[in-house]
Write a protein that binds this ligand. Structure first.
Ligand SMILES: Cc1cc2nc3c(=O)[nH]c(=O)nc-3n(C[C@H](O)[C@H](O)[C@H](O)COP(=O)(O)O)c2cc1C
Length: 433
């Protein structure tokens, strides 16, 4: 198997290839609908573009935003997306994904406050409106590397993720989980003090809360039944409710609706259903989060960036060649996002993984919005490459290929190496420091 090079010179060519592959990739030329506002609880996003959380591994040792972090968010703010989903911020030191992952504390909360103030100021000046800013609160679980080497905090032994015995015995106890839940009270209070509009209780990509959703084989209070598998996530919400300010600040999640592993090792699949996505449990969970915690939006994603990155962020470069066409990966994501949005029509859904289609990403966003398949289009790697695509899209109705992400995976490699991450093709400034 070889990578399929991206070669679609027109929207029609992309459409024809998607049809041939039976991939759900709705496209539209009516990109002006992207620039309609959207109400999110008591807040309003000026347009339908969300910048997805993109970790830069460039925080200071104590978890404050570093020079490159500040630069990244200034660039994002200037571009004018309606919402900035601020990257993963650790809730406890032992569950940091790297020694340079952001981590909000009483000591550094002012530096986060300064940054959210600057984001609003810059966007107001450049675009006439300020983005909604959500902080992603995380516990990296299995992927914790607080000192630069793996110190996993595992929910349960999961064979598809464990081809080496290293760290397999580091299963977190129920007592640890309770302590991790409590940390979300403080995280919500600090996120409020730091000026965020809301907080994401991160539940994706097989970090701790996400991994627990498929903990069928874990004994005790946090494994087996639906109630037990969702207990950690819901208890984190309950804890966060106790810390959040009362100024319209909201709670939400970035949620894996499909992990890409067969039952009983994955969420969003059913027993005997192989790798086929099944949205029954994800829809049930989102409805329960709506009922109990009044979430005003949900950010839908899939996959595990370590084991099946093609599910999470389809690409056409890199060492690992998946046995599916990247457009099939995009189709799976868009179909999942659409199924969720149609199941909860009153709840704005943010879709993920728009970057692979490069200069046609605005058309995919418009097609998804037009069909009511999502309420916002979320961009990750494109924002790293050149966030200015938002202005291009607003000004001309299209995106020029020259600034687009080329899906080379360079940013992810930097992240894995624990060094400052950014676009190695379009933004060489990330190497400066
Ligand atoms: C370098 C890098 C850092 C990322 N950091 C985060 C993160 O902090 N939180 C998160 O939920 N997803 C993170 N992601 C995943 C992206 O938000 C996004 O889901 C993925 O790249 C697919 O979207 P795209 O095709 O628009 O890039 C990261 C991805 C990359 C490549």
């Amino acid at each position: 198997m070889q990578h399929v090079a991206f070669h679609y010179a027109t929207m029609e060519e992309l459409e024809a290839e998607s049809k041939k592959l039976n991939a759900f990739i709705p496209l539209s030329g009516r990109t002006e609908q992207i620039f309609q506002p959207l109400g999110i609880g008591e807040k309003e996003a000026a347009n339908r573009i969300a910048f997805q959380p993109m970790e830069g591994t460039d925080g200071t040792e104590d978890g404050a935003p570093g020079e490159l972090t500040v630069r990244r968010y200034h660039r994002f703010a200037k571009a004018g997306p309606g919402l900035i989903w601020f990257e993963a911020v650790a809730t406890v030191p032992e569950a940091r994904a790297s020694a340079h992952q952001l981590m909000i504390t009483e000591k550094n909360v002012d530096s986060f406050r300064r940054l959210t103030d600057e984001i609003r100021e810059i966007s107001l000046k450049e675009n006439g409106n300020a983005p909604v800013i959500v902080m992603q609160a995380t516990n990296s679980g299995r992927y914790s590397k607080p000192h630069g080497y793996p110190e996993p905090l595992i929910a349960y032994n999961c064979p598809p993720l464990e081809d080496s015995p290293l760290g397999k015995d580091r299963i977190v106890s129920d007592g640890d989980l309770k302590r991790f839940e409590e940390a979300y009270t403080r995280a919500a209070r600090l996120a409020g003090e730091a000026g965020f509009d809301g907080m994401d209780i991160k539940c994706c990509h097989r970090y701790l809360a996400c991994e627990l959703l498929s903990a069928y084989t874990r004994p005790g209070e946090y494994g087996g039944s639906w109630e037990n598998r969702t207990r950690f996530l819901k208890n984190c919400y309950r804890a966060a409710e106790g810390g959040k300010p009362g100024n319209g600040f909201f709670l939400t999640s970035r949620l894996n609706v499909y992990d890409g592993f067969e039952w009983p090792w994955g969420f969003g699949v059913r027993e005997g259903g192989g790798l086929a996505p099944d949205m029954t449990e994800p829809v049930r969970l989102i409805r329960e989060l709506q009922d109990e915690f009044r979430i005003p939006l949900i950010n839908v994603t899939m996959g595990n960036p370590y084991r099946n990155p093609h599910v999470n962020r389809p690409y056409d470069h890199g060492n690992y060649v998946p046995d599916e066409h990247p457009l099939e990966g995009i189709g799976r994501m868009m179909r999942g996002v659409s199924e969720i949005q149609h199941a909860v029509p009153g709840l704005p859904v943010i879709g993920s993984a728009f970057s692979y289609v490069r200069q046609w990403a605005g058309n995919l966003a418009a097609g998804m919005l037009e069909g009511g398949h999502c309420a916002m289009a979320g961009f990750g790697r494109m924002a790293f490459a050149d966030p200015e695509f938002v202005h291009e899209l607003r000004g001309t109705g299209s995106i020029q290929p020259g600034g687009c992400c080329v899906t080379c995976g360079g940013c992810a490699k930097l992240l894995r190496a624990g060094t400052p991450a950014g676009c190695i093709v379009r933004d060489r400034e990330v190497y400066r420091l």
